[in-house]
Write a protein that binds this ligand. Structure first.
Ligand code: FBP
Ligand code: MN
Length: 650
C-alpha cells in the first residue's frame, strides 16, 4: 500500500495539477492571510424577540454605523448619518417614507447611491474579491462589482461611475438597487455570527428567528437550556414537551405552537376548560402583555394550569425512571396534604396558594388521568412529526453544540459547574464521573443520541438528558441548585423561590479559577476570553458584564421584554473585529416601526474591552491556521513536482 502522504499528495495534485496552479493557490492563500480579521458578532438570550433580534442583526450592534463614521467622518452631520444608517437597515420601508417628503427623488437616488457605494467599498475591502463575489445579489452582481472595485485603468473615474449610476436611475432600477446594496452592506459588515444560547421561550417569534438563522451566511450556536428544552420536546421527551407548552402558555404565546409549528392544542384546551371550569386559576396568570381578549385570556390561563399539573406529574415519572439523576427531592406532589391544602418541604409546612387538584389522585399523585395520558400521547406524536420543528432542530444539531472554542475565545451559554473551592465539580452521568470539558462532551453526545441512536435504551437516555440539561443542578447550561417552578406557582414564601447559583457565577473575578477553566478547554491564559450568557446583568444595580479584568464577558442579550425591568437596560452584545473587543449595551427596542420612523436605532453605548496593539489579520485566526496548513501542504506538492516525485497533470 502507498504511504498516506503519497496518496494525499496525489489527491492534492488532482486539484492543483500543475506547478502554476499550485503556486497561484499559495499566492492567493497568502494574500487572504494578510487581510484584516472578519468581524464576529455575539448575541445571547434572544428569547423569541424576533424584531429586536432582527434589528441588532441589521445594525451589527453598531458596526454599520461605525462604517458610516469611518467613511464620512465630519463631512456628514450626525443626523444625516443616523438617517442613512436607518436606510441601510430598512431600505424599502425607509424609501417609502422618503418618497412622501422628497420632491426631487432623482437627486436623492443619486446621492444615496454614491454614499452606499462608498460604504460598500469600505465593507468589502476586508475580503477577497472571490468572497465578495459570492455575497453579491444575483441581479446586480456585475454592476456592483464594477462599482466597488478600484479601476486603475479607467482614467475618468467620475464619469465612468456617473454613467453607471445614471443608467440605474434611468431604467427605473434605483430602488431595487438601493435595497440590494443595503443588504450587501449588512451582509459584509458582520462576517460571522455566534448565538450563545436561548433562542427559544418567553418571546413570540423563536420560529421566525430560526428561519432567519437558517438563511444566515455564517453562524454557529451554543445551545442554551431553553433550546435544549425544545430539542428534547422535538425528540418526544414528555417532561420537555410539558415545559415547552407551559412556558408558551405562561407568556401568552401558544400561537408559536399552533400557527408557527402547526401543533394542535385543541385537546389540551378542551380538557383545561372542562377540568378547571369553575377555577379562576389565580396562580397561573400570564407574564408579559399578550394581546388577548378576556375569553382568550381565560382559556390560556386554564391551559397554563392544566399543562403545569401534567408537567409535575410527568417530571415525577422521569425522576423515578432515572434514579441516577438523584432528583427525588424535586418531586413534591406526594408531599402535599390534599385535605389540608398544605405541603411539607424540608421539614417545613406551607399553605398552598391553590388547592384545587381535580386530576391528582393522592395515592398515585404522579399518575396521569386517562384524558391527560391521551393528550400527552397526541402531543408527543405531534412534536415528533412536526416537519418544521424537526427541520429547526436539525439545524440546531448541525450548527450547534454545547460549547465552542473559536479564535481563542471559549463560548458557552451557562457555566462550568464548580465546587465551592473553585475547582471543577465532578458529576456522575449514568454511572461515570465527568467534569469540565468532559462533562460538556458527554452531555452533548447524549443530546445527539437522543435523536440518532439506534439502541433504544441509549436513545431514551439521550432524551432524558435533554430534560436534565434544562434544569439539573449539575447541568452546565442551568447552573442553579434547583428550578423552583412548583414553588413559584404555589407558595407565597419567596424564600422557597430562590434558586441558588453555582459558585461559578461568584468566582468569575478570580483569575486562578478563570485560567483553570480556560486551560481545561485547551486555551492559554493570555489573549483568551470566556463568553457566556444566561444570567441577566442587572446594570441598574451596578452589575458589570465585564469580569476578571476583561477575561470573562457575561453578555446576556436581555432581549426578553419581561426581564428588562430587572436589568434596567435591554442587555449586551459583543463585537470582535480586527481592532479588538467591543461590548455594546442596548436600550430596550421599542418596535421596528419606531426604529424606522424615529430613526431611533436602539441607543447603544459601546465600551472597548480590549484594543489590540496591532490590527488582527486573518493569519491570526483559526481560519488563518487552516490556511497556513493548506499552504504548507501545497509547498510539499510544489516540491514534489519540482523534484520529479510526482508528475504534473497536463
Ligand atoms: O420568569 P420565568 O419565565 O417564569 O422563568 C423563570 C425560570 O427560568 C429560569 O431562569 C431559566 O431560564 P433562563 O435560562 O432564561 O434563566 C429558571 O431558573 C427559572 O425558574
Ligand atoms: Mn438560559
Amino acid at each position: 500500500m502507498k504511504e498516506l502522504e503519497e496518496r494525499y499528495l496525489e489527491r492534492l495534485s488532482e486539484l492543483y495539477p500543475t506547478i502554476a496552479k499550485a503556486s497561484t493557490e499559495i499566492i492567493n492563500l497568502q494574500a487572504i492571510l494578510n487581510l484584516p480579521k472578519g468581524t464576529e458578532h455575539f448575541l445571547t438570550d434572544i428569547h423569541g424577540e424576533y424584531e429586536a433580534f432582527s434589528h441588532v442583526l441589521k445594525n451589527g450592534s453598531g458596526s454599520v454605523r461605525r462604517k458610516i463614521d469611518d467613511v464620512f467622518g465630519n463631512t456628514m452631520s450626525s443626523r444625516d448619518k443616523q438617517s442613512f444608517a436607518t436606510l441601510i437597515y430598512y431600505p424599502a420601508e425607509k424609501m417609502e417614507r422618503v418618497k412622501r417628503e422628497e420632491s426631487n427623488m432623482e437627486d436623492w437616488y443619486r446621492i444615496t447611491l454614491y454614499r452606499l457605494i462608498e460604504v460598500c467599498k469600505r465593507a468589502a475591502s476586508k475580503y477577497t474579491r472571490s468572497k465578495v463575489r459570492k455575497a453579491l445579489p444575483q441581479d446586480f452582481a456585475y454592476v456592483i462589482e464594477e462599482l466597488i472595485t478600484e479601476k486603475a485603468e479607467v482614467t475618468d473615474k467620475e464619469s465612468y461611475y456617473n454613467a453607471i449610476v445614471n443608467t440605474i436611475i434611468r431604467t427605473g432600477r434605483a430602488e431595487k438597487f438601493i435595497v440590494a446594496m443595503s443588504e450587501l452592506i449588512q451582509r459584509l459588515t458582520v462576517d460571522h455570527l455566534h448565538i450563545v444560547g436561548d433562542i427559544y421561550d418567553r418571546g413570540p417569534g423563536p420560529h421566525i428567528i430560526m428561519d432567519k438563522l437558517m438563511d444566515h451566511h455564517s453562524v454557529d450556536i451554543q445551545w442554551g437550556n431553553h433550546d435544549v428544552l425544545w430539542m428534547g420536546a422535538a425528540a418526544g421527551q414528555r417532561g420537555c414537551i410539558a415545559n415547552v407548552i407551559r412556558i408558551c402558555a405562561r407568556y401568552g404565546n401558544l400561537d408559536i405552537l399552533e400557527d408557527g409549528y402547526g401543533i394542535n392544542l385543541l385537546p389540551l384546551a378542551t380538557f383545561a376548560l372542562n377540568t378547571y371550569e369553575d377555577d379562576a386559576c389565580g396562580c397561573f396568570k400570564l407574564k408579559g402583555e399578550p394581546n388577548y381578549n378576556p375569553n382568550e385570556m381565560l382559556m390560556d390561563i386554564k391551559m397554563h394550569k392544566a399543562i403545569s399539573i401534567i408537567q409535575f406529574k410527568v417530571e415525577g415519572q422521569v425522576v423515578k425512571k432515572n434514579p441516577s439523576f438523584k432528583m427525588d427531592d424535586r418531586n413534591l406532589l406526594h408531599h402535599i396534604d390534599y385535605d389540608k391544602g398544605t405541603i411539607e418541604i424540608e421539614g417545613k409546612t406551607y399553605e398552598l396558594l391553590d388547592t384545587n387538584f381535580p386530576t391528582i389522585d393522592p395515592k398515585r399523585p404522579y399518575a396521569l388521568t386517562k384524558e391527560e395520558e391521551d393528550i400527552m400521547e397526541r402531543l408527543e406524536q405531534a412534536f415528533l412529526h412536526c416537519e418544521k420543528l424537526q427541520r429547526h432542530m436539525r439545524f440546531l444539531l448541525n450548527k450547534g453544540s454545547l460549547y465552542k472554542v473559536y479564535n481563542n475565545n471559549l463560548l458557552y451559554h451557562g457555566c462550568v459547574p464548580l465546587k465551592e473551592d473553585g475547582t471543577l465539580k465532578p458529576v456522575r452521568i449514568f454511572g461515570r464521573s465527568y467534569k469540565g470539558r468532559s462533562l460538556y462532551e458527554v452531555l452533548e453526545s447524549y443530546v445527539r443520541k437522543g435523536f440518532y441512536a439506534l439502541d433504544e435504551k441509549e436513545k431514551e437516555r439521550g432524551k432524558d438528558i435533554m430534560w436534565y440539561i434544562w434544569l439539573h443542578e449539575n447541568s452546565p447550561l442551568f447552573g442553579k441548585d434547583k428550578m423552583a417552578t412548583f414553588e413559584r406557582y404555589f407558595l407565597a414564601d419567596k424564600e422557597t423561590h430562590r434558586e441558588k447559583k453555582n459558585p461559578y457565577y461568584s468566582m468569575l473575578q478570580d483569575v486562578r479559577v478563570v485560567d483553570r477553566i480556560l486551560a481545561e478547554f485547551g486555551l492559554p491564559p493570555e489573549g483568551t476570553h470566556i463568553i457566556n450568557g444566561h444570567v441577566p446583568v442587572k446594570s441598574k444595580d451596578g452589575e458589570n458584564p465585564v469580569k476578571c479584568g476583561g477575561k470573562v464577558l457575561v453578555i446576556d442579550g436581555g432581549f426578553s421584554r419581561a426581564y428588562q425591568k430587572e436589568t434596567g437596560i435591554a442587555g449586551y452584545t459583543l463585537i470582535y473585529n480586527s481592532y479588538g473587543l467591543i461590548l455594546v449595551a442596548h436600550e430596550p427596542f421599542e418596535s421596528t416601526d419606531a426604529a424606522i420612523e424615529k430613526e431611533s436605532d436602539i441607543h447603544s453605548d459601546s465600551t472597548i474591552v480590549k484594543r489590540v496593539v496591532q490590527r488582527k489579520i486573518v493569519g491570526d485566526t483559526d481560519v488563518g491556521k487552516e490556511l497556513k496548513e493548506q499552504i504548507a501542504d501545497l509547498e510539499v506538492l510544489l516540491e514534489a513536482y519540482r523534484s520529479g516525485r510526482i508528475a504534473e497533470r497536463m
